[in-house]
Design a protein. Sequence first.
Length: 698
Amino acid sequence: MPNPKTPNLDALLQHPEVKQATSNINMELRERRAFVPPTCDAFSGRYTRLEECAAYRFEIDKDARRQLPDIIHNQVQAVKACEAVDDDFIAEYERRRKVGVVFSGGPAPGGHNVIAGLFDALKKANPDSTLYGFWLGPDGIIENEVVELTAERVDEYRNLGGFTMIKTGRTKIDTAEKMALSRETCKSLGLDAMVVVGGDDSNTNAAFLAQEMIADGVQVIGVPKTIDGDIQVRDAAGAVLCSMSFGFHSAARGFAQNISNLCTDASSDVKYWHICKVMGRVASHLALEVALQTHANITLIGEDLADYVDKSRIAAAEKAGTIDYTAYGMTLRHLSRVICDGIVRRAAVGKNYGVLVIPEGVLEFINEIQMFIIKLSTIIADYNNTHDVDFHKTFASLEEKLEYLRRLKQQAGENGGLPIWNARDNDLFNDIPEFFQEGLLTERDSHGNFQFSLVQTDKILMGLVKDYLDILKEKGLYKVGIEKDYFEKVLTVGELDPARIGPALFKNYGQAPYLLMKESIFSIKTLTQTLEKAGIIPAGADVPAPVMKIYNKSMPNFKIQRHFYGYDGRGSHPTRFDCNYTYNLGLTVFSLIANGATGQMAAIKSLEKDFSRWEPVGIPIAPLMRLEERKGKLSLVLEKSVVELDSVAFQVVKAFREQWLAADPGGDNYRRPGPIRFTGNSEENRPLTLVLNALADE
Ligand code: FBP
């Protein structure tokens, strides 16, 4: 029988509280949509003009000079406010335009505001201008799939995360056919300009599109997007032009908030090591920022590992009159030892828990793995180039792929020259776990990049860590330290004399606040023998319960929880920093277009400084291009920036490593950055790496 107190469901669903609780529109959304980002001084006038800055110089790659002749001589351009201009300028500036915009690659918080800024500036100059969005990334350009971006549509997404307004994709416009189709799309839409919002590969695309479309009078402008933070531009003299791609701050803050919560949980529950893999395809910028934001106990920085030199190996080789090339760079095994060292040292002071941050791209910096990645990428690309079928379609299962590698090994040396896959490669590869083999053989993305996000790097590393900890445990070297006061209390309550038993059990009794059980005690049998030998119990007697309790506490149980922070951060709402940054990037894009630029990337200089000092600029893309191995051959791409080991941010993290590991009897030193707050004051309103690195330029 229905409860007479329960209101009728239809009536209930009409209740204002229910309506509000189930609405997609909440307070956060309303506040975000209503927020109007401030604009840089450069946009304070009716118009903007571009000022060429010849003082910035670049070392130009000869292939870039050859392949991008019409945009290679572009200069850095500063956007300046202007009022008094001639009629021709006004006519050109305010001309009715059709502009297309595309999102390319992974989402990054702030993308919608690039569109909002561009839309506002375009419509302000001429309300009859049209902005189109290419649907689903570069495929939208190739297949002419577009949506007109109306005020209503743009307003819906202001200051919101994701790339949902027009979606995104990773297709590369890398063949003559795709390029011809793209040109056709621009012609049929009558486009004046195209805007590519993307990472290093997408800005590479933008440069080639700019070069191709000069003949058609279509301008192409890039926008530096990627949570990875690896688009940072300096000129040849080291002057910073773009210190950070957009989306980095929001993603890092999202990760840091979650990881700092784990720090709190770990230090409350004191039973887990939380292993946090953090996105960033190659560079460890995100991990570095997370380290600064959270003070997690251990944060690996890939670039740092590549720099490692094993001095003891070098000394041994020198003594033997040989050279040991394996002494340069860290091996996976050595890295697992370094992690174990931190874990063991924390356990010794009673902290058998903690938080470890692993950058997604760490394997790129481990020599032995990088060698596999390069060799396998070349093998897959060679296969695809010489056959009409895709490698992954022909060899669908791991077994089939391994069989193909075996065949390559057998053919090694048959045709003379150095074989790409020799017997040693094959043996080493067969030594690694299946899931890792599958990861290394995984399909490369459309740009030829290794897809680190698909590899369980943390599982591989933690497998090695666990194995080594077991060895250390067996040797009695991995123990949980027991607080001296606790030991004395437990024994006294059990009517035993701690001063008599302590020296028999511990190697540092009376010398330290945390007591470490002797290495010779690693089982109940060895514990019993020790007590018998010290005359504490007679032969054959049981270990007294209080001593047993202490023993059990000192034997570590290594338990981990694995987490992956990536897609969640990419989809988070932008911080106010990213909202302001991207809206002004959108305005910059329009200024570049209205002033006739092409082959330029919109950027904001001096991001690390107060907003009043932000300077919108156009950076020439072509001079930033370098040759890189992609799909087995060298291709021109925008150079990725990795963590500089002499940067202030890295040096600070390095200097605080010991403190954040907190392998001492004091407390942990975690920092709680809190959630991304759109309203209210937040103590830090820009990436910490940015603020610290700027100190070097002061
Ligand atoms: P972009 O360089 O396109 O911005 O993407 C970066 C990234 O988020 C990496 O951090 C990550 O390795 C990769 O994308 C994941 O790619 P996918 O979305 O294809 O899984």
